[in-house]
Write a protein that binds this ligand. Structure first.
Ligand SMILES: Cc1cc2nc3c(=O)[nH]c(=O)nc-3n(C[C@H](O)[C@H](O)[C@H](O)COP(=O)(O)OP(=O)(O)OC[C@H]3O[C@@H](n4cnc5c(N)ncnc54)[C@H](O)[C@@H]3O)c2cc1C
Length: 265
């Protein structure tokens, strides 16, 4: 199996992480035991001592139509999925515009915008254990219980790319910070918004070293330049403890924090 050296301070969307050797899984190979599978690293905060890492190779970046099913390789970037849907006039993936990542990361996070979520149109996933139908998977808001790596997934598509929906969902991004981030730091608690709670405990715009909760949107932990893993973790912990003390709500991290071989989320 090939390896690749990845500088996660450049590769990850939050621009934090070490230079690490990553196993690259090609067609016919499987993710090695004990390895954490990285997609586009748009939802990851990687510390200086990550566990062994793997990525899917280019063979897994592909889209094809089979009847009414759209079959997408797990390494396919969201931009490519969107262009494929536009080109073939298919609806159902309008929400991935400005949602950075790969299909594998989208399935694992059940990524989405408002009611538009990855699992809505999912039919099955291809895994080490073979093909698993959606009905056999447990999933919810920003969560999917997968048995391990996903190599491809199939979706039910409808005819007609909805430009108006794509435009409306894009408009929701107007207040999104421009600085590097990993998207939302915390999941919204039922009936509330993590951003509102962070703001209510005085942390909107709060900065520690190179990291801050954004002035534009409090639930975005942004890297203002030279931010570190330790600063990011301390800010997440500060928000967790202040929100718990004031509201009795235990915030759940959406960003996956990886360090010292442990996954903290
Ligand atoms: C600016 C910005 C805006 C964002 N907006 C949104 C949004 O609106 N909605 C939203 O839901 N998210 C949003 N995100 C978060 C991110 O885009 C999604 O979580 C995306 O699905 C992550 O995909 P990825 O390939 O980068 O996954 P990674 O960050 O690399 O990994 C995320 C998880 O997926 C797992 N994973 C990756 N590939 C596979 C695979 N093949 N098989 C099994 N597991 C796998 C990883 O092990 C990890 O647990 C945003 C992020 C940024 C930076």
């Amino acid at each position: 199996m090939k390896t690749r050296t990845v500088d996660f301070a450049r590769y990850s969307s939050i621009r934090i992480g070490p230079v690490a050797k990553v196993r690259v899984v090609e067609r016919g190979e499987r993710v090695p035991e004990g390895h954490f599978l990285v997609g586009g690293a748009n939802n990851l905060l990687i510390g200086p001592h990550p566990p062994p890492l793997a990525m899917l190779g280019k063979d897994f970046s592909c889209c094809r139509l089979e009847g009414e099913q759209l079959i997408i390789g797990a390494a396919t970037p969201t931009g490519r999925i969107l262009s494929f849907c536009k080109k073939h006039d298919l609806g159902g993936f309008e929400f991935v515009a400005k949602l950075p990542g790969t299909l594998g990361g989208m399935v694992a996070m059940n990524a989405g915008v408002k009611a538009h979520e990855t699992f809505n149109r999912l039919l099955w996933v291809e895994t080490d254990a073979g093909r698993i139908e959606k009905g056999a998977l447990s999933y919810g808001y920003r969560y999917a219980d997968l048995p391990g790596a996903v190599y491809a997934a199939a979706f039910e598509v409808k005819r007609g790319f909805d430009e108006a929906l794509a435009g409306a969902l894009n408009a929701l991004r107007a207040n999104q910070p421009k600085e590097p981030s990993a998207g939302s730091a915390f999941k919204n608690p039922p009936g509330d918004y993590a951003g509102r709670l962070i703001e209510a405990v005085g942390l909107k715009g709060y900065r520690l070293g190179g990291m801050a909760f954004s002035e534009r949107h409090a639930n975005f932990l942004v890297n203002l330049g030279g931010g570190t893993f330790e600063e990011a973790i301390r800010l997440l912990q500060t928000a967790e403890s202040r929100v718990y003390e004031k509201f009795g709500i235990a915030l759940q991290r959406e960003v996956i924090c990886l360090d010292a071989g442990l996954i903290h989320n």
